[in-house]
Design a binder for this molecule. Structure first.
Ligand code: AMP
Ligand code: GLY
Length: 432
């Protein structure tokens, strides 16, 4: 069996790692793999968004499954093109990927489907946006509608800041085309949660819930990043809450997508805010989360490949949550980042990772922004590695993750030591 994973970050390394576990005999390929992926997969020197190049290559190689990691190639129509050529591809079509690629589309769809989310309005005109913002209250959230690498949402603590942010997006060209349409929405209070739903467009199978840490600094301070760490599962998520997430979020959204002529196959990621009234949607993504995939996949004992294949080949999802086996315990990942990230940072710094650090099977070094240069790994991005620890308790998982993160050496390496703090605070609070 031949499998191609598209994308070259931490999430894609975790996908390859899991697929390798599921099928040790498979031939794995990856587009421009990072240094960690290059050890598991053969490289294909094509850009993830090279739709023509990739579909021609996959067809020539008779690839049995293509798994698309990032949103960019999904929004560009890679899966549409692969399907036209009869190649099984895991991920939504470009029309369905609009659930992430256009926040305006996503909000309108939720409104029509009655899915709980923040109140909002969309604008193309800065004066109209300003008038609306001035009528409301702070804090308020201003978002570029298009894809902005996770940086297009600005939580504004004052009305003036919100007005200025909307103007920068609509008139100042901040975020380019992505900011030509702006969503202004109500700020929601509560705790955030990520849930992945594997879906054939109709049925959905939810995976273990996880929690990301988006701010760069400890205690959730400083600017937003792509994610500095994550853990799974969360003690706060009860079976009843998961049932509500399925029934109030996933199923109506999938039905509305199908009705809009955009049936969604692949993994739908619901970013949720837990309010007193129940789960409300912060955003949808059309792919696995990064770094959430680096904690959810290492806990999945069942075959991911078996879950993906029917979805990718146009069949229906025969399994449900009861058929999926999970390892007991928890996983926690710590992202080791470049100095300066999420602002400017330098690349090409040599990375030192002692062999001794990599011998524990419950410490997993997922490469993100790395590449091989002259036979050794060097930094190639802001988020360099995600070090996942597994354990019978979250505490044990954290200790392993932190030990692994501390063993990664490159100039300016930094990481948060408080990933999972909300869960630890909860267990403190409930201790007799
Ligand atoms: P997004 O790009 O929509 O995922 O937003 C990025 C982050 O901004 C989210 O993970 C939240 O932490 C925060 N955020 C976005 N929208 C809201 C909202 N309506 N209320 C509170 N926080 C939000
Ligand atoms: N961890 C957030 C994301 O993948 O969008």
């Amino acid at each position: 069996m031949k499998i191609l994973v598209v994308g070259g970050g931490g999430r894609e390394h975790a996908l390859l790692w899991k697929l390798r576990e599921d099928r040790p005999d498979a031939r794995l390929f990856a587009t421009r793999p990072n240094a960690g992926m290059a050890r598991v997969a053969e490289g294909v020197d094509l850009a993830p968004t090279d739709v023509d190049g990739l579909s021609t290559w996959a067809s020539g190689e008779e690839i049995d499954l293509v798994v698309v990691g990032p949103e960019g190639p999904l929004a560009t129509g890679l899966v549409d093109r692969l399907r036209t050529r009869g190649i099984p591809a895991f991920g939504p079509t470009a029309t369905a990927a609009r659930i992430e690629a256009s926040k305006a589309f996503s909000k309108d769809l939720m409104a029509r489907a009655g899915v709980p989310t923040a109140r909002y309005r969309t604008f193309t005109d800065a004066d109209e946006a300003e008038a609306y913002i001035r009528k409301g209250e702070a804090p308020v959230v201003v978002k570029a509608s298009g894809l902005a690498a996770g940086k297009g949402a600005v939580v504004c603590s004052t009305i003036d800041e919100a007005v200025e942010t909307a103007r920068e997006m609509l008139e100042g060209g901040a975020f380019g085309d992505a900011g030509e349409l702006v969503v202004v929405e109500e700020f929601m209070h509560g705790e955030e949660l990520s849930v992945f739903g594997l879906t054939d467009g109709e049925k959905v199978l939810t995976l273990l819930p996880s929690q990301d840490h988006k701010r760069v600094g400890e205690g959730d301070t400083g600017p937003n990043t792509g994610g500095m760490g994550a853990y799974a599962p969360l003690s706060l998520v009860t079976p009843d809450l998961m049932r509500r997430v399925r029934e109030e979020v996933f199923l109506p959204t999938l039905e509305a997508l199908a009705r809009a002529g955009a049936p969604f196959r692949g993994v739908l990621y619901a970013g949720l805010m837990l309010s007193e009234a129940g789960p409300r949607v912060v955003e949808f993504n059309c792919r696995f989360g990064d770094p959430e995939a680096q904690v959810v996949l290492p806990l999945l004992e069942s075959s991911l490949l078996d879950l993906m294949l029917p979805i990718a080949s146009g069949g229906s999802l025969e399994m449900d949550e009861r058929d999926v086996r999970w390892r007991s315990g928890a996983a926690l990942t710590t992202v080791v980042a470049s100095r300066g990230y999420p602002g400017d940072y330098v690349k090409d710094l040599p990375i030192d990772l002692p062999d001794a650090a990599t011998s524990d099977p419950d410490v997993l070094f997922f490469h993100a922004g790395t590449r091989v240069d002259g036979g050794r790994p060097v930094t190639a991005g802001g988020r360099v590695l995600a070090v996942t620890g597994r354990g019978t308790t979250l505490q044990e998982a954290r200790d392993r993750s932190l030990r692994g993160a501390a063993a990664v050496n490159f100039d300016g390496a930094h990481f948060r030591r408080d990933i999972g703090w909300r869960e630890f605070a909860r267990s403190e609070a409930t201790r007799p």
